[in-house]
Design a protein around this ligand. Structure first.
Ligand code: NOJ
Length: 768
């Protein structure tokens, strides 16, 4: 089920040779028809060539330059008046511009007041919704529902495209093992297989079937590559990974995005094995454009071409331009490096005209594919904008997604779902996220489409806003106390919450991270519940004596050892977006039975990090803590607090042992692994059935488990279903020490279960 070493789909593959293009171009020019004709797959290339032939070097460099619009998502950029820069042909693209009218003006200037009238392409970080804000991407991954994620991106694309955006800087497909890194929230967790499925779904959602439709966006797989492996989880830091690990773990979701047709890729900020990713020829030219035969546009990250100078890998803008374009990267985001250095690099022979033309072709091609030459204003229709943004049905999907993303970690004594005929009548909803309207709570830094920093908080349904009326309607008595906490908060600061909690029969403690605790430049050195919230929990729950449901708002795995020991029910809500409160009503009252599963391991402590399920065995695996001469700690188990793939339900599921349809398979054959799952509880529920393998004897050491398939099923009480996973030789293959991808003959284990820890296993042989 893994993707093969070769890309099958191409972004643009017209099957025409260069001589065909030249001939067609001549014919079309002589017929005087270039400007009049509409874009079609057949005529893009000749039109690109004809336009390129008319461009000056300055105009070409301008097309490779992207500048920020009215909001900034990075370091300061010295920019002149944008309109004048567009008018003088110095800008081909604008990122992060929100003002709709201005976009019309800019497009008018670009198309009517410049010599060649080349339209602007507007790019934007559409990360978890544009106007309608969905759960953060990591939360969406916890749904294990690529189809729903595709629907989410379809909606995000509809809204963004109706607001004049053409291109999203998403999906972010970085795998990471480090919860300190603030950008975990943007990706799909630690697993390359789950990450690949989700990467492809996001690309399909954004791009639809037709990039030129006025409700689709060009996607951008980012950050190529390795950004999730920054040392110590510190933002923008060094990355050093072997090529074997890069190919096994980091590249598969990128390849899946390329295979799904992602129109663009973005370089990463980091160095990888010593070379800044933006000038990494092996990555961009050899692997992405070579091995994967991908033909799209590569954009830098914010000034990442300029930063190769700061990395100490280029002397100046001239050398930086030469090295980045020489590596196969094309467009300069927010740095102006090409504006400053490209011409000199050409004059001094460090960049060839052919290299420059190739990069410009990729920009023009994308603009043609988006239909911008046919109608530069097709994404700027005020009436369509009005009719599209914030459609009520979009919020329905946001509610569904938020509820399906939530992961139930603990439910001792069946405290949940809240039962009006049970013993608890009086409920206190307390904590810093009971009813917050600041710090972009329940959302993230990446909600730029709703404005920043003064975003429209009125759209958010807080927990209290929805839970109070819903629970009161069920007959509960509800008190809400919102308390803003800081590390320095003393008991007096939360005395009202404590009082409410003490007077209640049951506490719903809304704790965790602020919305603005996650996203770019938001790494942390401690993943414990921040801002003194453990102390708050202890006091508010009378040291765990009060029945409590802890609702955790988080963007990364956090540690909360005291709560694990002392609190009955723990629900990971992540940052759920606009529909936070409504989704909580659905989950806490049992209207929706929780079905989310962790896409990342939750460690017991930061000291265990990196901790991930698909690790190698080591030569001395530890079976119990304290066992000498084994790979472990004196002061901690090696096992996580909650393993990858884990998540509970209000019902229970029983798994039969897995069965294989043959004990041996040969190359070219398919192995069927079947497992029967029964809903043994009293209510209907969904379960994500997971299938893992282990290559027992390989050329090199292989992980103790690797996810190879999953299926989410809904079962009525008592119902059973047999799920069948199909494995081929390709699913058993891996990148070995000499960097070839192959499967080894020999014995494999196959495991099935509801998470990566609690599995049953059987074996089979691969015979080649
Ligand atoms: C820097 C981030 O790393 C990238 O993901 C984002 O798309 C750009 N800034 C633009 O905001």
């Amino acid at each position: 089920m893994l993707l093969s070493g070769k890309a099958r789909l191409r972004t643009v593959d017209f099957g025409l040779s260069t001589s065909h293009f030249a001939l067609l171009t001549l014919l079309l020019i002589s017929a005087g028809s270039l400007s009049a004709q509409k874009t079609s797959v057949q005529n893009i290339e000749p039109r690109v060539e004809a336009l390129l032939a008319r461009m000056t070097v300055d105009e070409k460099i301008g097309q490779l330059t992207q500048m920020p619009g009215d909001i900034s998502t990075g370091t300061d950029v010295a920019k002149d008046d944008l309109l004048n820069q567009i008018r003088s042909g110095k800008i081909g693209s604008i990122l992060s511009h929100t003002n709709f009218q201005n976009k019309i003006t800019m497009q008018r200037v670009a198309t009517r007041e410049t010599r060649l009238g080349i339209p602007i392409i507007f790019g934007f970080d559409v990360i978890h919704g544009y106007k309608t804000i969905f759960p953060i991407p990591l939360a969406q991954a916890a749904s294990w529902e690529p189809d729903m994620i595709e629907r989410i991106e379809r909606i995000a694309a509809e809204e963004a495209a109706a607001d004049g955006q053409h291109w999203t800087f998403a999906p972010m497909v970085d795998i990471s093992h480090d919860p300190r890194w603030g950008r975990n929230m943007e990706a799909a967790g630690e697993d390359p297989y789950l990450g690949s499925r989700i990467a492809a779904a996001r690309v399909r959602g954004f791009q639809g079937n037709d990039l030129s439709a006025n409700n689709t966006l060009a996607a951008c797989a980012k950050h190529f590559a390795g950004y999730g492996f920054v040392e110590a989880g510190r933002e923008y830091n060094t990355v050093d990974v072997s090529e074997q690990r890069l190919r096994e773990l980091i590249l598969p979701p990128f390849q899946a995005a390329a295979d799904a047709g992602s129109a663009t890729f973005m370089n990463a900020f980091n160095t990888i094995n010593g070379t800044p990713a933006s000038m990494h020829k092996h990555l961009v030219t050899d692997i992405l454009r070579g091995e994967w035969t991908w033909k799209g546009l590569v954009v830098s990250d914010w000034n990442s071409f300029g930063e190769v100078i700061i990395h100490g890998a280029a002397a100046d803008e001239e050398e930086a331009s030469a090295k980045c374009i020489g590596a196969g990267s094309d467009m300069d985001m927010a740095g102006g490096t090409f504006l400053k250095g490209m011409k000199k690099a050409l004059d001094n022979g460090k960049v060839t005209n052919a290299q420059l033309d190739e990069a410009v072709r990729r920009v023009l091609r994308l603009k043609y594919m988006l239909g911008l030459f046919d109608d530069p204003f097709k994404y700027l229709d005020a009436r369509r904008r009005e009719a599209t943004l914030f459609k009520p049905e979009f919020r329905q999907t946001a509610r569904e997604a938020a509820a399906k993303s939530m992961v139930l970690l603990k439910n001792d004594g069946g405290l949940l779902p809240l039962n009006p005929s049970g013993p608890f009548k009086k409920i206190a909803i307390v904590g810093p996220y009971a009813d917050s309207r600041s710090h972009k709570d329940y959302m993230s830094f990446w909600t730029l489409g709703i404005g920043t920093p003064n975003y429209d908080s009125t759209q958010v349904i807080t927990p209290a806003m929805a839970l109070k009326p819903a629970l009161e309607a069920l007959g509960f008595e509800v008190t809400v106390v919102q308390s803003d906490l800081s590390a320095a908060s003393d008991e007096a600061a939360y005395s009202l919450s404590i009082q409410a909690a003490r007077e209640a029969d049951l506490v719903i403690a809304c704790v965790g991270e602020r919305g603005l605790d996650c996203g770019e430049s938001r790494s942390v050195s401690d993943i414990n519940l921040p801002r003194g919230q453990e102390r708050f929990l202890r006091i508010a729950t009378s040291n765990g004596a009060k029945p409590t449901v802890m609702v955790l708002f988080n963007s990364r795995p956090l540690t909360f050892a005291w709560a694990n020991e002392n609190i009955e029910s723990i629900l990971v809500a992540w940052q759920p977006g606009y529909e936070t409160g409504n989704a909580l009503v659905d989950i806490l009252t049992g209207k929706v039975n929780p079905g989310g599963k962790l896409p990342v391991t939750f460690p017991r402590s930061l000291g265990q990090v990196p901790l991930y399920y698909n690790a190698l065995n080591t030569g001395r695996p530890q079976e119990r803590q304290g066992q000498m001469w084994t790979s472990g700690y004196l002061d901690s188990p090696t096992t996580p607090a909650y393993p990858f793939g884990f998540g509970m339900s209000y019902t229970t599921f029983a798994y039969d042992a897995p069965k294989v349809n043959k004990s041996k398979i040969k190359a070219g054959e398919t192995l069927e692994v079947s497992v029967t799952v029964t809903n043994t509880g009293k209510i209907a529920g969904s379960e994500t059935v997971q299938c893992y393998i282990r290559d027992l004897v390989a050329d090199i050491a292989r992980p103790v488990k690797e996810l190879k398939g999953f299926e989410k099923i809904n079962l009525a009480p008592g119902e059973k279903r047999t799920v069948v996973f199909k494995l081929t030789e390709n699913d058993l293959a891996y990148w070995n020490g000499d960097l070839t991808r192959k499967a080894d003959s020999g014995k494999f284990k196959v495991f099935t279960g509801g998470n990566s820890r609690d599995v049953q296993e059987t074996e089979f042989l691969l015979e080649k």
